[in-house]
Write a protein that binds this ligand. Structure first.
Ligand code: GRF
Length: 196
């Protein structure tokens, strides 16, 4: 049984989708939910699901990125995760942190990578006049929003879409894609999953 730690910063809807998928014959289980924000709404949702959670506020560390990571790494390592899932986690991780989990850390990004790494992905897709948008699950590497792609889901852009309406439809697809990719990943299957 693979042990999964999920890192969140906000609402945690992807964490909930992942947690709810890991049951029955699924080869993985959530063993920790960790947040860089003690006020993250996802922490209350983790508690409702009966999941162990921890919060380490990144703000007191200021620009000391290494200091924050050392603090949040302690409870993560204590949970002995086999896989780390970043799910709405909004802190950029240092190469040292990434190296520690190289090959077993996933992230979901709300664009069809390699298009639109970084922030404001939906606004950028709309401004570019793209016909479609979507989300990507990829391996976390030293380069932000880069790394091998393990899955993508595509969403048609509608003429009346705003960043908010598009984000809502993409988020729905994220909740389908991430659990499906994690199940494959946890069973050792690296075949990319392309959902239409
Ligand atoms: C989602 O759009 C996800 O793609 C991005 O963070 C947003 C919020 O996710 N990484 P969640 O509801 O906190 O899972």
């Amino acid at each position: 049984m693979k042990r999964v730690a999920i890192l969140i910063s906000g609402g945690g809807s992807n964490m909930v989708a992942l947690a709810q998928s890991m049951r029955g014959d699924h080869p993985a289980r959530v063993i920790l939910v960790a947040s860089n924000d003690p006020g993250a709404a996802g922490l209350a949702r983790a508690a409702t699901l009966g999941l162990p959670s921890v919060a380490v506020d990144h703000r007191p560390f200021g620009r000391d990125r290494e200091g924050f990571e050392a603090a949040i790494l302690a409870p993560i390592l204590a949970a002995r995760p086999d896989i780390i899932c970043l799910a709405g986690f909004m802190r950029v991780l240092t190469p040292a942190f990434v190296a520690r989990f190289q090959g077993r850390m996933l992230n979901i990004h709300p664009s069809l990578l390699p298009k639109y790494p970084g922030l404001h992905t939906h606004r950028r897709a709309l401004e570019a006049g793209d016909a479609e948008a979507g989300c990507t699950v990829h391996e976390v590497t030293q380069i932000l929003d880069d790394g091998p792609i393990f899955g993508q889901a595509r969403v048609a852009i509608r003429p009346d879409d705003t960043p908010a309406t598009l984000a809502a439809r993409v988020l729905h697809e994220e909740h389908r894609l991430y659990p499906a990719v994690l199940r494959r990943f946890a069973s050792g299957d690296r075949t990319p999953l392309m959902l239409t």
